[in-house]
Write a protein that binds this ligand. Structure first.
Ligand code: DC
Length: 337
């Protein structure tokens, strides 16, 4: 299920204006997203409490949008929120993987600043700090995209391992680059990492790939290729990205920046449990040593190292559970919105 948002306003609470605005918004949502009737499951409108004179669902039906259930509800009053505003949530089942475009007309951009403004959340930090768990929860709760940038470097590392290329060997890695095709797709809201046309989302999680990813990500040519892709994905859409250099290099203008960290033993224990649950047989001390080595390699590399951006909020999750971390991150987001 994919939800497309729309919002518009009317200057006065009158039938003609409501009908015209609803039609204009729906026409634009359908045109911008090249939507087909059979992809639409339901229309949900919400109105600010100052609209009484006409029902937007009726206006939609009259404009020909009668091929899926229509429903309308009253928007709660929001301090400083827009007046005379009609919002739309269009529930769709898209037949392909296209990126949706939300439509905001007639100044209806900031009815709910938390969900209608385009913004990026950068989560950086060392391996096992909890970034990806936090990122997934934020993406779900704010209904924004999640981009796991580590997965992209993991795909690069996996390719090198498969070809027998030493991920530390800059010359060999550069030779491999023209044939390296990493893509990110979204299926049911979850990121799938595609390497040379193959979905490698599972194999890149194997422990052997972690160190290869760390080594290969040190090469400027690899980073330039991946960073370009990351910026392209993040462009014009609200999203949360996790990685090592998001706040410092990939999106230095991100509105929200966090540096998530934790003691290396705590992080090693988290990975240990994760890998054990997946049936991988690992030794804690070896895992800890690997994490420390990866931290060192990620932070000491010359080009775009793991670094806490100057304006990032640092959260040490060693003694925090995930709910406490989410509460802290959300409080910081709300205070800045
Ligand atoms: O977050 P992760 O463990 O999946 O990342 C795998 C490796 O990729 C990590 O050791 C460093 C590298 N990486 C990076 O250099 N820059 C990023 N933005 C994300 C990951």
């Amino acid at each position: 299920m994919t939800v497309i948002r729309g919002a518009t306003t009317v200057a006065t609470d009158c039938q003609e204006e409501i009908s015209a605005s609803v039609k204009e918004m729906l026409d634009e949502v359908f045109a911008q997203n090249a939507l087909k009737k059979e992809e639409v499951r339901a229309f949900l409108f919400s109105l600010t409490t100052d609209i009484h004179s006409y029902h937007p669902a009726k206006a939609a039906r009259e404009a020909g949008y009668d091929f899926a259930p229509l429903f309308a509800a009253i928007e709660p009053e929001i301090n400083g929120g827009l007046k005379l505003c009609i919002r739309l949530m269009l529930f769709t089942e898209l037949l392909d993987n296209r990126t949706v475009k939300h439509v905001y007309q007639k100044g209806a951009k900031v009815l709910r600043k938390d969900i209608s403004e385009i913004y990026n959340i950068a989560l950086d930090g060392p391996a096992g700090s909890g970034k990806s768990t936090i990122a997934k929860i934020l993406a779900r709760d704010y209904n924004i995209l999640y981009l796991d940038t580590g997965a992209m470097y993991r795909a690069c590392g996996l390719k090198a391992l498969r070809l027998g290329v030493d991920p530390k060997d800059g010359v060999a890695v550069e030779k491999m680059l023209p044939t390296l095709d990493v893509k990110v797709e979204y299926k049911d809201g979850a990121q799938r990492t595609i390497l040379d046309g193959e979905d490698v989302s599972l194999s890149i999680r194997e422990n052997a790939v972690s160190m290869a990813a760390s080594s290969i990500s040190a090469h400027p040519a690899v980073r330039m290729k991946m960073v370009e892709l990351q910026r392209e994905i993040a462009k014009g859409i609200s999203c949360v990205l996790d990685g090592r250099d998001i706040g410092s290099t990939v999106l230095p203008d991100a509105k929200f920046k966090f540096f998530i960290t934790a003691d290396s033993k705590v992080r090693a224990m988290r990975r240990f449990k994760e890998l054990q649950a997946r049936g991988e047989n690992v030794d804690f001390d070896t895992l800890h040593a690997e994490i420390v080595a990866r931290d060192k390699q990620d932070s000491e590399r010359e080009f775009s190292p793991l670094v806490c951006a100057k304006d990032a909020i640092v959260i040490d999750t060693s003694d925090m559970d995930i709910e406490q971390v989410i509460t802290a991150v959300k409080a910081a987001v709300q205070s800045k919105i």
